[in-house]
Design a protein around this ligand. Structure first.
Ligand code: NAP
Length: 483
């Protein structure tokens, strides 16, 4: 018997119709990591090659099969844009050839999916047994792909388990770790929205969470404007992102966001560029110990963490309002749970200054502002949400809180895990159905773990007035460049 004759083959053939333009369905499947969102057997996926996805791009997909876990190494072997994707997969048990055809229909896209499995000799006797199980799995995975591309998921609600954890405070804090992320992801829905026509502005995009978001959104094809303060990093940041993701629509704006004059100039440049903004991610942040003032005389935590995103967002609002639906994402912190809004103490005095307290006060105020904007801007179709990343292992945490970092580093989230909810708020269709909330792990969460931190309406109104006077007063002081 020859080697070929001893091999067993199974062919699966499934067809689905989805209400999406061909290029959107094609792009979603082409990044084959999406398989973990629609194939119930796939539990992890990674892209092994850098650059734009093309013939030769390789992916590893870990599948939990009845016979055990296997990692399939897929290589794209043929690509006809918006028509055909062919992949060859190999693992310890079998080889598989996937041929996926996309064609336009009146209502969207028809997808024809064939997978030919060739089992290695040792398993060939199990062919008959395997056939019906494989057929069931094939059908289920194409139904998963159909549901992912229909993209019709409801706005998320907090799960009962997380609601209980939050009410008990300590279990709520335990969810800030990577264990919380892993627990959260079990409930997530696929995220197939197309980003190729979206322009996203990300502040603080050169390290930590912001860099991770820049990578992911570049991979998803969004046009990016990255706001960083380090001019020397600009060229290498653009090169790195273009090389790794194949996305050439990446721009950098330089601004020290703790200086209101630079925020103003950034706003002026962006208004002049006249480019609609679909998503603004206010991510830049730092924790300042000891207390320090900016060159403009403002306490740094207040300037960078509160006044700066407020000024930037208000300044860019005309560009946001032009999007069909725009999204503003304010990155706050679980640290805010320790603070009650007290407008008179927002600018922390020298005496008794603590960087962590000043940071938490600013984040609390940004959360309240998020809720206010969400209400006020609903008619402008601007969705405003906040998120906190839990505890993630970033340069920011390592530098500002070395003791905390040392103690917790084994349970800290990766930057990508910390940044996941920022990506979700920027991309997911259902994230556009909810505004004015705080999210962790793609779920709206309480803004108060303790009743003692709940502010009253008078204090919220005072914050609105304070920021309005402050931004106005400062705008008048700031010399403006003639355009
Ligand atoms: N990591 C966590 O566990 C955690 C937890 C809660 C909240 N957060 C929040 O998540 C956000 C991102 O933090 P991260 O952990 O990713 O820290 P990170 O690695 O230090 O990133 C912070 C980013 O903000 C930029 N930035 C700081 N000061 C700036 C300024 N004056 N002008 C312009 N950009 C400035 C930094 O630029 P440079 O590189 O030039 O300094 C950097 O790109 C922050 O808002 C932080 O408060 C993080």
């Amino acid at each position: 018997m020859t080697n070929t004759e001893s091999k067993a083959m199974i062919e699966l053939h499934e067809k689905i119709d989805v209400p999406r333009p061909v290029h959107e369905a094609f792009d979603y499947v082409l990044d084959f990591r999406s398989v973990i969102e629609w194939d119930a057997t796939a539990s992890a996926a990674s892209k092994l090659t850098a650059g734009a996805i093309d013939v030769g791009t390789r992916f590893d997909v870990k599948c939990e099969l009845p016979v055990g876990a296997v990692t399939i190494r897929y290589t794209i072997t043929r690509l006809e844009p918006n028509q055909t994707i062919e992949l060859h997969g190999t693992c310890a048990l079998f080889e598989v050839n996937d041929v996926i055809h996309f064609s336009e229909t009146q209502d969207g896209t028809h997808i024809d999916y064939r997978a030919n499995f060739t089992f290695h000799k040792v398993l060939s006797s199990a062919e008959k047994l395997a056939q019906s199980g494989m057929e069931r799995m094939g059908k289920a995975s194409l139904l998963g792909l159909k549901s992912a591309l229909e993209d019709n998921f409801p706005a998320p609600k907090i799960s009962t388990g997380n609601q209980r954890a939050d009410s008990l405070v300590v279990p709520g804090l335990a969810l800030f770790t990577k264990a919380g992320f892993r627990r959260g992801r079990r409930r997530w829905q696929p995220m197939s929205a197309w980003m190729g026509d979206k322009h996203v502005v990300i502040t603080g995009a050169n390290s930590g969470l912001g860099l991770s978001v820049a990578y992911r959104l570049a991979e998803l094809g969004a046009e990016l404007t990255l706001v960083i303060r380090n001019e020397a990093r600009a060229a290498s940041l653009i090169d790195e992102l273009r090389r790794e993701t194949g996305n050439s629509r990446i721009h950098v704006e330089i601004a020290d966001l703790s200086l209101m004059s630079e925020v103003d100039r950034l706003v002026q440049r962006m208004i002049r560029s006249d480019k609609t903004i679909d998503v603004l991610i206010n991510n830049a942040g730092a924790l300042f110990n000891p207390r320090a003032l900016t060159a403009e005389g403002l306490e740094k935590s207040f300037a960078l963490l509160l006044l700066s995103p407020v000024k930037l967002t208000l300044g860019l609002k005309p560009l946001l309002a032009r999007a069909e639906t725009a999204r503003v994402i304010n990155v706050v912190s679980g640290g805010m749970y320790s603070q009650k809004l007290n407008v008179d103490e927002l600018i922390c005095p020298e005496q008794g200054y603590s960087g962590s307290v000043a940071y938490a006060k600013a984040k609390r105020a940004l959360m309240v502002t998020t809720e206010q904007w969400a209400q006020e801007w609903a008619d402008d179709n601007i969705i405003v949400n906040a998120m906190h990343p839990g505890w993630a292992n970033t340069p920011g945490v390592e530098n500002a809180l070395p003791g905390f970092h040392k103690l917790t580093r084994l349970v800290l989230r990766s930057p990508a895990e910390g940044a996941d909810t920022i990506n979700w708020l920027a991309v997911a269709t259902e994230a556009g159905k909810i505004s004015g909330k705080l999210f962790l792990d793609r779920e709206p969460r309480t803004t108060h773990l303790m009743s003692s931190t709940v502010e009253d309406n008078a204090e919220r109104e005072k914050l609105r007035q304070f920021l309005a006077n402050f931004t106005l007063e400062h705008a008048q002081e700031t010399p403006r460049k003639a355009s």
